[in-house]
Design a protein around this ligand. Structure first.
Ligand code: DX5
Ligand code: ZN
Length: 220
């Protein structure tokens, strides 16, 4: 099974972003992970719509947009995406999450459903006909540099087997938060497909992006 690398841009050198994107292209990164926060759903504010528009002009790496905002349906129109991009919304962020996911699919891109660490996997069961990806958060969303939520490996393994039981093996499992080399290896073994890479394995002081991408790819 192919494993996908998604680089978390909030962890990149924001003053030299274009240079970082070129290096990520050369390193064969599969997605650019864009964290959009509103200071309400999570206690932080990071990247936004203008950055997405700017990125679209300089790269063809697909975007993996992680909406950590209350009522994301109000912002779906604002997202500049094409068919290879993913817009991922949190189960916990909308009353009518199915309607929001339909709005995403109507834009012609892929849709993801994100679950906070404490949210049970069963919340995804009735949405399997509508989503392309299930994001199992491995930290509480909002910040880089946190520690892996205990039991993440078990949760990913359970997600894999539930998706099989539901006849939805086509849905990719993404993990986000503290994906270090050992955690990446463990979660890959449990069945994760897409790995969000931030300060734990990709954006490191003592390693080039190319080398860091090579090192994580080797253990997945
Ligand atoms: C939040 C972010 C972070 C982060 C991951 O959704 O996506 O989880 O960038 O990088 P780490 O945890 O390795 O700093
Ligand atoms: Zn994220």
């Amino acid at each position: 099974m192919k494993k996908y690398l998604s680089a978390s841009l909030m962890c990149a050198d924001l003053l030299n972003l274009e240079k970082a994107i070129k290096e990520l292209e050369e390193a064969g990164i599969d997605y650019l992970h864009i964290d959009i926060m509103d200071g309400a759903f999570v206690p932080n504010i990071t990247l936004g719509f203008d950055l997405i528009n700017a990125l679209k002009k300089i790269t063809r790496i697909p975007l993996d947009i992680h909406m950590m905002v209350n009522n994301p349906s109000q912002f779906i129109d604002r997202l500049n995406v094409d068919e290879n991009d993913i817009i991922c919304v949190h189960y916990e962020s909308e009353t009518h999450i199915h309607r929001t996911i339909e709005m995403i699919k109507n834009k012609g891109c892929k849709a993801g459903l994100a679950l906070n660490p404490a949210t049970p996997l069963e919340c995804a069961e009735n949405l399997t006909d509508y989503i392309d990806m299930l994001l199992v958060m491995t930290v509480s969303p909002g910040f880089a540099g946190q520690k892996l939520f205990r039991g993440s490996e078990k949760k990913v393994a359970k997600a894999k087997s539930l998706l099989h039981e539901w006849g939805s093996e086509n849905i990719l499992i993404e993990v986000d938060g503290n994906i270090s080399l050992p955690n990446g290896e463990m979660l890959s073994g449990a069945g994760a497909d897409i790995f969000v890479l931030g300060t734990s394995s990709l954006f490191l002081k003592d390693k080039s992006l190319t080398q860091a991408a090579e090192d994580i790819r080797a253990v997945l």
